[in-house]
Design a binder for this molecule. Sequence first.
Ligand code: NAP
Length: 312
Amino acid sequence: MTNMTDTDMYSKAAIIGVGLIGSSLARGMRAAGAAKSIVGYDLQADVRARAVKCGAVDAAPPTLEEALKGADLVIVSTPVGAMAAVLAEVAAKADDGALVIDVGSVKGAVVEAATSLGGRVHIVPCHPVAGTEQSGPEAGFATLFHHRWSIITPLARSDGAYLEAVKKAAALWRAVGAEVEIMDHLHHDLALAITSHLPHLIAFTLVGAADDLESVAEAEIVKYSAGGFRDFTRIAASDPVMWRDVFLNNKAAVLEVLGRFTEELALLQRAIRWGDAETLEKVFSRGRALRRAIVAAGQEKDVPNFGRDEKA
Ligand code: NAP
């Protein structure tokens, strides 16, 4: 984590959409001394009041215009489906030269929307690969981005002011503890389709299938969930609106990885039907190897059972 110096400090940061990610960024920025003041704007008056009450932001004015006034840093942390409209409004109403960062989980749709908005403000599309299944301003915490990757997918602009804005966005992510990678937006969408979007789709499907299985009672599903099911329910408990928007906006990449996934599934189905022990063992061994690689890269702790204390 790098603390920002007084000269790097923003005078006012405006967080548009003060949910899990927006409020975590606000808290992380405060811990890093990244902005003199941090205000939030959200659609609902109730969310705005809660964002101030729980200490995520210093103030939450009732209009977007007021939140943007004098802001040299704008974070757009709404669901992906709202991004195009919010970015257009921010591009029209924010101060000249403001750095505008979005945190959407899909980048192609955001890059497309941002590209048509002109260069009065500098929009730098980003995706912090960090999160939990919770939502809202109370769910955020300052260390959410520590040792996680934040992927920047810059617009196709090569002017000096824009390149400087990309550098500043990278510095901000480092200040809140993240590591930064620059990537093409289409590559981002394919990579995240396999590492994040497909796992969520599988979790939603599994929970739906369990729900439909009338011969197994709900009480049994809950009782025996430690058999693997409960780990999927954590993912399946994620915000439905956020995930609806991810699948609506990353259609091509998700359909591509879903095709490959169903081929793998058919292979396993066949191996089970024909008692093909070798294939089953071979496929399952790849799972262990990948898990070890994730632990070795510091993206997961090497503790059994996800670190749950079963005695507690
Ligand atoms: P969240 O907790 O639901 O927060 C989003 C907030 O934005 C909600 O309070 C929502 O209000 C508000 N909002 C919606 N439309 C708005 C608008 N037009 N203007 C102002 N506020 C608006 O969601 P989140 O998990 O922080 O996700 C925010 C973004 O981060 C999404 O784009 C998501 O893809 C991305 N992201 C999420 C994760 C994760 O794990 N959660 C990780 C990385 C990136 P309402 O509830 O009233 O609609």
